[in-house]
Design a protein around this ligand. Structure first.
Ligand code: PBG
Length: 326
């Protein structure tokens, strides 16, 4: 016996075509930003144990990798550099002949505008301390750090970067970088800030990949505690007020609530960073045969879009694109 009206949500699930029509979230290769690790003085590419299928490339291995990324229909890369030498102030990060600056120049020369070039702006790969800022009196000093971040951004802009992506979680990093870029004549270079970057244990595979683990202490004095959502909104709000172009929420999967809340509150493009630990969990379980890798990758990427992300920085960019292109 049915009651009137006869409510049946299954009507819209009955065939593939009808399901396609009512599909609320769409995932495309155009949503992806592919991280690329480039290492100075490397002879040939090296695999990263904790991140299966991800490699660090030497400068001359970058072209082939970018070629593959473009072929898959992915619109952007995010460059991370590993310098040969580190010092107290992270000089290699703003060296005009630094590894990232060289990579940007080379990619721009070879590929023009076929790929959007984004680059990480941080100090932890470049400082002896492995911290994201400069140390003064045994503390991570905010204001000298943001000045250095602006220098890094300008050096990348000179090399031809499209988007700089500060990940240091220093206060005022966006406005200081914006001023630095504008003063140097790069008002067209956009800023995608790691606005709400939480202090997360999901970053550890990345620290193997980028050799940037803190040599003392941890990142609790600058990254957001994972218990705090309101504080994450304050970070986003600050960046929006400082003129950020794209805000980033990081990590993604354990922080879908933060993505959804940002979408509700702000009129700004949202990027989500599905981090190394999220990648490693899937790869590890798939290797054991415990999950269907491609299905889980697809579901995770959809969930990040469904939560409200416009774009996703993900180590699944290439594999996700292959799945979508099939
Ligand atoms: C550091 C940085 C980190 C990541 C991106 N930039 C690590 C950290 O904060 O310790 C993590 C990315 C990932 O795990 O994939 N500036």
């Amino acid at each position: 016996m049915s009651t009137f009206p006869n409510r049946r949500l299954r009507r819209l699930r009955k065939s593939e075509k009808i399901r396609e029509l009512v599909q609320e979230t769409r995932l495309s290769t155009k949503d992806f930003i592919c991280p690329v690790f480039v290492q100075e003085d490397l002879k040939k590419s090296v695999k990263i144990d904790s991140m299966p299928d991800i490699e660090r490339f030497p400068l001359d291995g970058i072209n082939d990798e970018v070629d593959r990324i473009i072929d898959l229909g992915i619109p952007a890369i995010m460059l991370f550099g590993l310098p040969s030498s580190k010092d107290d102030v992270g000089s290699a990060a703003f060296d005009e002949n630094g590894i990232v600056q060289k990579a940007i120049t080379q990619i721009r020369k070879n590929f023009g505008d076929k790929i959007a070039i984004m680059a990480d702006v941080c100090l932890c790969q470049y400082t002896k301390s492995g911290h994201c800022g400069i140390i003064k009196d045994n503390k991570i000093d905010n204001d000298s750090s943001i000045e250095t971040l602006a220098k890094i951004a300008v050096s990348q802009a000179k090399a031809g970067v499209d988007v700089v992506s500060p990940s240091a979680m220093m206060d005022g990093q966006v406005i200081t970088i914006r001023r630095g870029l504008d003063d140097a004549g790069f008002s067209d270079v956009a800023i995608m800030s790691h606005s709400a970057k939480h202090r997360s244990s999901f970053y550890s595979p990345f620290r193997d990949a980028a050799e940037c683990a803190p040599q003392f202490g941890d990142r609790k004095t600058y990254q957001i505690p994972f218990s705090n959502a309101r504080e994450a909104m304050r970070e986003v709000e600050m960046d929006v007020n400082e003129g950020v172009d794209i805000v980033m929420i990081k990590p993604a999967l354990a922080y879908l609530d933060i993505i959804a809340e940002t979408k509700k509150r702000f009129n700004v493009p949202i990027s989500a960073y599905s981090v190394s630990g999220e990648y490693a969990l899937v790869k590890g379980a798939a290797k054991q045969g415990w999950i269907q890798e491609n299905d889980v990758i697809t579901e995770i990427l959809y969930s990040i879009k469904r939560a409200g992300a416009d774009m996703i920085v993900t180590y699944f960019a290439k594999s996700g694109a292959k799945i979508l292109n099939e």
